[in-house]
Design a protein around this ligand. Structure first.
Ligand SMILES: [Zn+2]
Length: 390
């Protein structure tokens, strides 16, 4: 199902704020939602399945990144078994997100306009996948004129003929002038209704300020959900080794409407090694992970989280306000009592998404009252409090 309409509802334009916007997204005649919103993504689905978590991990939208980089891309280009494997992976996640409007994100190297054979593989792979509401366009390294031609070509083939949506992509580290022109092309296509979801690939705002500023300038003209993919959980150090920045709050204020985390490909060799390795004898030996504290727009390293005497109570449906010791008890062990090395890492993924959904409710209230400045100050205060107790 393609989203019925996406309209800018309000923008925080107060002089002391950086921006931020709320979109009114109509799914159909009876369902709608507001942004910023946190999609369900592939990593949460695999974490839920690994943990056997029985609660629902829901969101009105689902972003399904598919990693086709490195060796996988070389095999993909040969259009052999790798394409089938990727298609099955995508189909499995699309089936598991049937309750949301879903869109894949092809995480693959940039194509040139002449790479039509790889473009065709990407198109056909999605065409043969059941349950996709949108298709993802690859990222192209090309001029704005060629980009417009590609987007219009994909959109008219999909939207007009097949009633499937199309998600164009842009890189946040793209050449600044090209980025601006491509954004204007997309803005005009959102007005005509051909495009209503766009994916931008994360790059650090501090290194790509020009592109983020251009996005900010266009935030009243883009009637589309701007999802930023590959947003790292661990940003710059706030306290080296312990506390890290989460970029989400910052990039939302440039006009980003949703974020999804990078999906890493785990090598089959690692899985085999892991399956035959003895269970860890102490919680110090489990996989490293990062626990999100969205009210401080930060993440805590696993070592700090485990060793801190402070309890970070969270009311998300995964944590349910439980003490840290209860969370460890619930997720760090296998049924036979042995330590599960990935358990807490998967817990941290589910908590990140679910607690973010709660935090974004607060963000929406602040944007609609044009008061993101107060939100920023609250986040800063929460972060300082956290630094004191870690
Ligand atoms: Zn939580």
């Amino acid at each position: 199902m393609i989203l019925d309409s996406v309209k800018v509802r309000s923008i925080d334009t107060s002089i002391s704020s950086k921006g931020g916007r709320i979109l009114d997204v109509k799914v159909n005649s009876s369902t709608s939602f507001l942004t910023p919103v946190r999609p369900v993504s592939t990593i949460e689905l695999s974490s839920k399945s690994f943990l056997g978590y029985r609660g629902e991990i829901r969101s009105p939208i689902a972003a399904l990144p598919l990693n086709i980089n490195g060796e996988a891309f070389e095999k993909f280009k040969k259009n052999n078994g790798m394409v089938k494997k990727l298609r099955q992976e995508l189909e499995s996640t699309s089936t598991n997100t049937a309750f949301s409007v879903n869109f894949p994100i092809l995480q693959m190297p940039e194509l040139s306009v002449t790479d039509i054979q790889y473009e065709k593989i990407a198109f056909d792979m999605q065409m043969n996948t059941r349950g996709l509401d949108y298709f993802s366009m690859p990222v192209y390294k090309c001029s704005p004129a060629d980009y417009e031609m590609k987007v219009v070509d994909w959109c008219t083939s999909l939207v007009d003929e097949l009633k499937i949506g199309c998600v164009p992509q842009l890189r946040m580290d793209e050449d600044p002038e090209h980025f601006e022109e491509k954004l204007k092309i997309l803005a005009s296509l959102t007005k005509s209704g051909l495009v209503n979801v766009i994916n931008v690939r994360f790059s650090r705002p501090e290194d790509n300020l020009h592109q983020y500023t251009k996005l900010w300038e266009c935030r009243d003209k883009l009637d589309a959900i701007i999802n930023c993919s590959e947003v790292p959980k661990k940003g710059n150090d706030i306290v080296p080794g312990s506390l890290f920045q989460d970029y989400e709050t910052q990039i939302i204020q440039y006009g980003i409407d949703s974020i999804s985390r990078r999906k890493e490909r785990v090598s089959p060799k690692f899985i085999v090694t892991r399956n035959f390795a003895p269970s860890p004898t102490s919680l110090d030996e489990v996989d490293p992970f990062y626990v999100a504290v969205h009210r401080a727009s930060a993440t805590i390293s696993s070592k700090t989280w485990q060793s801190s005497s402070h309890e970070e109570y969270c009311t998300c449906p995964v944590c349910k306000g439980r003490a840290k010791s209860d969370i460890i008890e619930a997720y760090a062990y296998k049924d036979n009592g042995e330590i599960e090395p990935s358990g807490l890492r998967y817990y941290s993924v589910l908590h990140d998404q679910q607690s973010d959904a709660l935090e974004l409710e607060k963000v929406r209230k602040h944007i609609s009252s044009e008061d993101m400045r107060t939100y920023d100050m609250t986040v800063k205060g929460n972060r300082e409090d956290l630094q004191k107790i870690l």
